[in-house]
Design a protein around this ligand. Structure first.
Ligand code: MLT
Ligand code: MN
Ligand code: ZN
Length: 298
C-alpha cells in the first residue's frame, strides 16, 4: 500500500491567499524554514496504476500536475478511479469540480455528505452517466481497488463551516465527519484529518496501526484568536490541537502506532516552522509533519 500526500495543509493552504500571519509571512517570503503546502488530500494505490483519491481539495489540479503517477496515459484517461470524501468541508469537496470533462470514476461518501453534494447543482459537472455515487455505511468495509479494504468510522466533529446555522453542535459523532481505515497486504493505515476530540474509541482503533495520519490543524487551542486571525478555538472549528492536556501529543503519547503523522495543518500552526520550539516538541514526541509530495508505504 502506498499513500501519496497530495496536500498536507488545512483550508487555505500555506501561505493562504489573504494571510500574512507569522507562518504565512515566512512562506510568502520564500523562507526555507516553511514549506509551501496545498490543501488536504491523499492518493492511495496498491499497484501504482489505479488510485483512490481521498478528499478532493481546491488545489487538486495543481496536485495532479505535481504528481507524475496521476498523469493521464492515453487519450482521456486518468489513474484516479475512485474518490472518497470524509466530510463536506470546502477543502475536501471543491476539487470535485476539477474532475469534470466526462471522466468515469466512483465517488464514495456517507449518505449525508452525498446529500450535501446532491443539493448543490454545480456538482452535476460530475455527469451522472460517468460518475457513480456510492453511499458509504459506517464500519462497513468496501474495496474500491482490488486488495484495498476501506472502512469509514465516525469522528467527533461538526457540520461544514458553510453549512453552520445559528446553533452548532461540536463533537457529535455521526456520519457528518468520518475517518478512514485502509487495509492491504496485512498493513493498516488510519486517516483522521478532522477530529474534535481524541476519544477512547479512537485510541483503541489506532492501536497497532502501521500509520496514523491525524488532524494537525493547530498547535494550541487558541492560536487563531491569539494571532487575531479568528474568534474561534480549534475545538470550535471541530479540531484537536496538538498541545495541551486534551491535545494529540498527550492523548496519543502511549499509542502503539508505527508512524504518527500530522496532516491538515493550518497556516497559523507554528510547528510548520522548521527549528521552532513547537516543531521540536512535535518531533521529540515522535510525530512527523506531512508535506506535499510525501510518500508513505508501510
Ligand atoms: C476546517 O477544516 O475547519 C474547515 O475546512 C474550515 C473551512 O471550511 O474553511
Ligand atoms: Mn479543513
Ligand atoms: Zn496565515
Amino acid at each position: 500500500m502506498r499513500v501519496f500526500v497530495l496536500g498536507s495543509a488545512a483550508g487555505g493552504g500555506v501561505p493562504q491567499w489573504n494571510c500574512a500571519c507569522p507562518v504565512c509571512a515566512l512562506a510568502w517570503s520564500g523562507d526555507a524554514r516553511v514549506a509551501r503546502r496545498t490543501q488536504s488530500s491523499l492518493a492511495v494505490t496498491l499497484d501504482g496504476e489505479s488510485f483512490a483519491l481521498v478528499n478532493a481539495s481546491p488545489d487538486l489540479r495543481q496536485q495532479i500536475v505535481a504528481t507524475p503517477a496521476l498523469h493521464p496515459h492515453g487519450l482521456r484517461h486518468n489513474p484516479i478511479k475512485h474518490v472518497i470524501v470524509t466530510n463536506a468541508d470546502v477543502d475536501h469537496i471543491a476539487g470535485l469540480l476539477t474532475l469534470r470533462e466526462r471522466q468515469a470514476f466512483t465517488l464514495h461518501a456517507t449518505a449525508g455528505t452525498l446529500e450535501m453534494l446532491r443539493a448543490n447543482a454545480i456538482f452535476n459537472v460530475m455527469a451522472a452517466d460517468c460518475v457513480e455515487r456510492k453511499a458509504v455505511a459506517l464500519d462497513m468495509p468496501f474495496a474500491p481497488l482490488d486488495g484495498l479494504e476501506v472502512a469509514a468510522f465516525p469522528l467527533p466533529g461538526k457540520v461544514a463551516l458553510w453549512l453552520e446555522g445559528d446553533h452548532v453542535e461540536i463533537g457529535g459523532e455521526s456520519e457528518t465527519t468520518v475517518g478512514l481505515e485502509f487495509r492491504a497486504d496485512g498493513k493498516r493505515i488510519v486517516y483522521a484529518p478532522g477530529c474534535a476530540q481524541v476519544t477512547e474509541a479512537l485510541l483503541q482503533r489506532v492501536e497497532g496501526a502501521d500509520v496514523l495520519f491525524f488532524d494537525g490543524t493547530t498547535f494550541t487551542d487558541d492560536e487563531m484568536i491569539a494571532h487575531g486571525l479568528s474568534q474561534k478555538t480549534a475545538q470550535r472549528m471541530g479540531h484537536t490541537p496538538m498541545s495541551g492536556p486534551d491535545g494529540a501529543l498527550q492523548r496519543f503519547a502511549d499509542a502503539r502506532v508505527g508512524r504518527k503523522i500530522f496532516i491538515h495543518i493550518n497556516n497559523s500552526n507554528p510547528a510548520l516552522v522548521a527549528g521552532s520550539p513547537e516543531r521540536r516538541l512535535v518531533e521529540d514526541a515522535g510525530w512527523e509533519l506531512a508535506f506535499d509530495g510525501m510518500e508513505v508505504a508501510p
